[in-house]
Design a protein around this ligand. Structure first.
Ligand code: ZN
Length: 172
């Protein structure tokens, strides 16, 4: 498990949110350079993550580069998530539709922001479980699923977890 230095609160990585102190410490407030994630290749520059070094303005591409894991890859490697959706009692006939939709949704989110990812979609004894790196992504995705299956969804519930984690249950 990866522990942050302050140990307690895990920060959200929504780029719309002002950067927190933790984030600044972790990604070097003083560092003027670029961070590249050795796993996914995302590049961090001026508080934003981009899809690789080539997406950063060329005049800045010569700045010093350090290699570190990005927050999304840290989360995935340490088996953490910020959003979890469990779909209970999904009728078998909807399973592939849901899988395809979730995969496409995750891809679009990632295309817009490399830190926004659907981590996994798994079938377990509770039902279909979707995990995401970002809580807002899970909330939006769950509302979309509820809309898509409005006729068969019986209930949706949200509960906040520790830090910024959100747990969502959709009952069919
Ligand atoms: Zn990464």
């Amino acid at each position: 498990m990866t522990q942050r230095q302050n140990g307690s609160k895990r920060e959200s990585w929504n780029i719309d949110k002002p950067t927190s102190k933790t984030e600044n410490q972790e990604f070097g407030k003083g560092e003027k350079g670029i961070i590249i994630c050795g796993v996914c290749g995302a590049a961090h520059f001026k508080k934003r993550w981009y899809h690789g070094l080539e997406k950063i303005n060329s005049e800045n591409q010569n700045l010093p580069v350090v290699f570190k894991l990005c927050p999304a890859c840290i989360q995935i490697q340490s088996r953490q998530y910020e959003g979890r959706i469990i779909l209970e009692n999904v009728p078998k006939k909807f399973e592939s539709e849901i899988t395809n939709f979730v995969n496409a949704y995750g891809k679009r989110a990632y295309d817009r922001d490399p830190m926004h990812r659907v981590i996994a979609l798994k079938k377990n004894k509770e039902g279909l479980m979707i995990t995401t790196t970002e809580n807002q992504l899970a909330l939006k995705l769950s509302r979309k699923l509820k809309q898509m299956f409005a006729k068969v969804v019986k209930d949706i519930s949200f509960s906040p977890g520790p830090s910024d984690v959100v747990y969502i249950t959709i009952k069919f």
